[in-house]
Design a protein around this ligand. Structure first.
Ligand code: COA
Length: 475
């Protein structure tokens, strides 16, 4: 009996082990054939018709002004369901800033909040907190760019959020990271100054300058969006959320890294590619402002073109890239510079950049910026016309790619905006108009949170979703 039992057990365990071996053998084989073996089978739907990159991701968007909304707009274009929480009656302050059409949301707001839904909630009202807690349970990411400490003062601490939803990613823009300035409120230009951009922008003999590109706000929004997407990816493995912080000073510095490079190069001697070197002006102990010098190893400058006397944008950026030096000499009518040892090598040219660009400018001034563009590109010389915003708005190729889009809006009519600058072949963005204040409050309460009619009414009657009445305000 016992032997029979033993035999049976042996047979069973053999069977089991055979099974195990079979399974174990299959897995590595599949992995060998395809390093991404854990992924689903490739979709058979046509490209662009199988959802979007972030389909299924829901964002609790507590952002305002520019930096945060830039981030959540990008995520919305990528397919995330972005629910923007706004203060009842007022909303994002930019709705009413720089107004050009009376009674309508400003372009400042509309151009940063496409493809989102809007719900109004007083986050300090007990019923408002109840709604927010439910939203926290239903969302994947909370994005905010309040002043330091404001989220905590609302009661939405990391501990509270994580207790409700351990998978939640909490992403923040702040002006500064931990340190002496961490409690400061920060706007775009403060970040440009504190991140090293202003001290290195402008002309040596003039004051520091801020740039028109919103590298502090929109630049940091971009950094945050990348952090969020990476945190979502990591969550696939760990199952838990994390905090993501993009400080504006850090974001600007990241975009100015070539200037920190130059700061260190100063120890080894003058920065020979700066025109200051050719002009014989000594360097100080910090990276100087370099006017329109190129930030890379190929010297460049902005030159006048035909019509510059009346058109403030009749200019071109001209790069004297070393491999095309011979073509430049032929084009501007200085063929002897091709072989003259004073001009033939990049090293020989460095001390004479001002004079060389002066000669090239004599040539560019005889042509429009578009003619220069055409002639130079034919022979591979890199140049860039200085395009005005008017020219960009009217440029047909940008309309064609969806980088500049016309959008219709119920209260302001048609306007132009910048569409998604990132093009993906299987996640195609359509730009949908920004939401009106609280436009989606009802649908979010009922469809996303599943509140019954009676509960919706109870929350609404509590005043948590509407602006305080005038007499209450006065009292
Ligand atoms: N219900 C109730 N209260 C709300 C609310 C809502 N739905 N939304 C916001 N609030 C409250 C906040 O809780 C805060 O109150 P508190 O100060 O009593 O805690 C208050 O509104 C103001 O928020 P705050 O962020 O301080 O706005 P601000 O207009 O004073 O400052 C910034 C604006 C941009 C300077 C500041 O938010 C900031 O420094 N943000 C981080 C950096 C940043 O993103 N800067 C770039 C902006 S483009």
């Amino acid at each position: 009996m016992a032997r029979k039992k033993q035999k049976k057990t042996k047979a069973a365990s053999k069977k089991r082990s055979r099974k195990v071996v079979k399974l174990a053998a299959r897995k590595p084989a599949a992995k060998k054939a395809n390093g991404n073996g854990h992924l689903p089978r490739p979709s058979s739907k046509p490209f662009g018709q199988d959802g979007k990159a972030l389909t299924g991701v829901r964002i609790l968007d507590f952002t305002h002004v520019q930096s945060g909304p830039t981030c959540t707009q990008l995520l919305a274009w990528m397919g995330a369901d972005v629910i923007k929480v706004e203060r009842p009656g007022v909303g994002d302050i930019t709705r009413g800033q720089l107004v050009d059409v009376k009674g309508a949301d400003s372009l400042y707001f509309t151009m940063l909040n496409h493809n989102k839904r809007s719900i109004t909630i007083d986050s300090k009202h007990p019923q408002g907190k109840r709604v927010l807690d439910e939203l926290i349970k239903k969302c994947d990411v909370l994005v905010e760019n309040f002043a330091p400490g404001a989220l905590d003062r609302m009661g939405l601490t990391w501990e509270h959020i994580h207790r409700l939803n351990p998978r939640m990613i909490v992403a923040s823009v702040k002006g500064f990271g931990p340190g002496p300035y961490e409690d400061c409120k920060v706007y775009e230009n403060v970040a440009q100054c504190a991140g090293g951009s202003a001290s290195t922008t402008g002309f040596r003999e003039g004051p520091p300058l801020v740039t028109g590109a919103q590298i502090g706000d929109s630049g940091t929004g971009l950094h945050l969006a990348l952090g969020i997407v990476c945190a979502l990816y990591q969550r696939n493995r760990t199952g838990r959320g994390q905090k993501v912080l993009a400080a504006m000073q850090d974001g600007v510095l990241n975009l100015c890294r070539v200037k920190l490079r130059d700061q260190q190069r100063l120890k080894a001697g003058p920065l020979t590619e700066y025109s200051q070197y050719g002009e014989g002006i000594p360097f100080g102990d910090a990276t100087p402002r370099a006017g329109n010098d190129s930030g890379g190893g190929q010297p460049g400058w902005i030159l006048k073109c035909k019509g510059w006397e009346n058109d403030p944008d009749a200019y071109i950026y001209f790069i004297t890239q070393a491999p095309v030096w011979q073509a430049i000499c032929d084009l501007i009518g200085e063929p002897t510079w091709k072989t003259d040892p004073e001009y033939a090598t990049p090293r020989a040219r460095l001390p004479k950049l001002k004079q060389i660009f002066g000669r090239i400018e004599q040539w560019t001034m005889t042509k429009t910026k578009f003619e220069v563009m055409e002639l130079c590109n034919k022979v591979d010389i890199p140049v860039g016309p200085i395009l005005s915003m008017k020219e960009i708005a009217e440029e047909p190729s940008l309309r064609k790619t969806g980088t500049v889009v016309e959008v219709d809006h119920p209260t302001r009519g048609k306007y132009l905006t910048v569409g998604n600058p990132i093009k993906m072949s299987d996640s195609i963005s359509e730009v949908k108009r920004s939401p009106l204040l609280g436009e989606h409050t009802d649908e979010i309460l009922s469809q996303v949170l599943g509140f019954k009619v009676a509960e919706v009414n109870e929350i609404k009657n509590s005043g948590a979703l509407s602006a305080p009445k005038k007499e209450e305000k006065a009292a």
